[in-house]
Design a protein around this ligand. Structure first.
Ligand SMILES: Cc1cc2nc3c(=O)[nH]c(=O)nc-3n(C[C@H](O)[C@H](O)[C@H](O)COP(=O)(O)OP(=O)(O)OC[C@H]3O[C@@H](n4cnc5c(N)ncnc54)[C@H](O)[C@@H]3O)c2cc1C
Length: 306
């Protein structure tokens, strides 16, 4: 705890000690982090990272935890979020500069307001822009990387770096942005669109999401990546007879079998059991290895394997 006393002298932003990760994940699951930090600005972030590196304390970057399963034991390190403080957004014609603590919903709405087309079908993707870029989030045929031009990051040593889009590899829910670099802001170049068409696509995406996803319950969205277009993970899990299967308060949704939901007091262990079960059954029946789409924190390596 002495180290946290020292840290409190270094960080200007908010510092939460022994913070339950249930409060910071859409699953509502997870043990405590040694400390949860909201740096005030880039300098504060750099100082916090340098402090962690000097004291050999592991750090984890979180957006708003909507794609994340944290173990019941939690994380013996610092969790850093830009969600409350890195929220600037500037739009100049087709060009957008945005800090990555900005929520996706706000970003999408600002783009729509300015008749910019390219992200309207991502309305309803929860989380921050930082998480979306790292995960290369997407919906209904669009991905966040499509119109991205530049990324600003800070390294664990507190150094600023820039990447042009071509320097980063983006794939299906994948980016090659190193895990030890935190994305602080990004630039986009969109096309100017026709307002009616943008709003039509937005409404279509919203409607489709409401119809297909169990949005009344806590979840982290799709648990697995779709192995292919003809064999979405939800279809395979459903065909394996697992819709509605429960472990404790965790359930494989009856509405969408790739969504695992927390119906009350589910633990990380409950979700892990369902993940292993789905992987095992789908492998047995279809010879397909399901890959996780969600990120995990605080588990031993390969812990979620079947
Ligand atoms: C109901 C529901 C529906 C969803 N629908 C979709 C969907 O349609 N499409 C889709 O792609 N996803 C979807 N998701 C998943 C999730 O919303 C996205 O992956 C989202 O982009 C994650 O953002 P986040 O800020 O919550 O990231 P987190 O969950 O906090 O983090 C995700 C990953 O990004 C990293 N990260 C976060 N911020 C930064 C940063 N600033 N710098 C570096 N790394 C960072 C984390 O370390 C972690 O590896 C859905 C989730 C839910 C709950």
């Amino acid at each position: 705890m002495e180290i946290l006393g020292e840290l409190s002298k270094v960080i200007q932003g908010k510092l939460l000690v022994n913070e339950p990760m249930t409060k910071h994940t859409s699953f509502g699951i997870g043990g405590p982090a040694k400390a949860f930090l909201y740096p005030d600005n880039e300098e504060d972030l750099a100082n916090t990272l340098k402090f962690s590196a000097t004291h050999n304390i592991p750090v984890y970057f979180i957006g708003s935890g909507t794609n994340l399963l944290v173990s019941d034991q939690g994380f013996d390190g610092f969790v850093i979020s830009l969600q409350k403080t890195f929220k600037a957004i500037r739009i100049d014609g087709k060009h957008v500069f945005v800090q990555t603590g900005t929520m996706m919903g706000h970003f999408v709405k600002e783009c729509i307001k300015n008749n910019l087309t390219g992200v309207e079908s991502m309305i309803g993707v929860p989380g921050t822009l930082g998480g979306a870029i790292k995960m290369n989030a997407g919906a209904y045929g669009r991905e966040i990387s499509n119109s991205l031009t530049l990324l600003n990051v800070v390294t664990l040593q507190g150094e600023k770096k820039q990447y042009r889009k071509g320097e980063i590899e983006f794939g299906y829910r994948y980016s090659s942005i190193p895990n030890n670099e935190i994305i602080t802001s990004a630039e986009f170049e969109f096309k100017i669109g026709v307002s009616e068409e943008i709003n039509r696509l937005k409404a279509k995406a919203s409607q489709s999401r409401k119809q297909s996803q169990p949005l009344r319950f806590r979840s982290a969205g799709s648990v697995f990546k779709n192995p292919s277009k003809d064999q979405p993970a939800g279809y395979l899990i459903e065909q394996a007879g697992l819709k509605g299967t429960r472990r404790g308060d965790a359930e494989i949704s009856t509405k969408h079998a790739n969504f695992f939901i927390n119906k009350g007091n589910a633990t990380a262990e409950d979700i892990v059991e369902l993940v292993r079960l789905a992987r095992g059954r789908v492998k047995e029946k279809f010879s397909v290895d399901l890959q996780l789409e969600i990120e995990t924190l605080g588990f031993p390596p390969n812990y979620l394997d079947a």
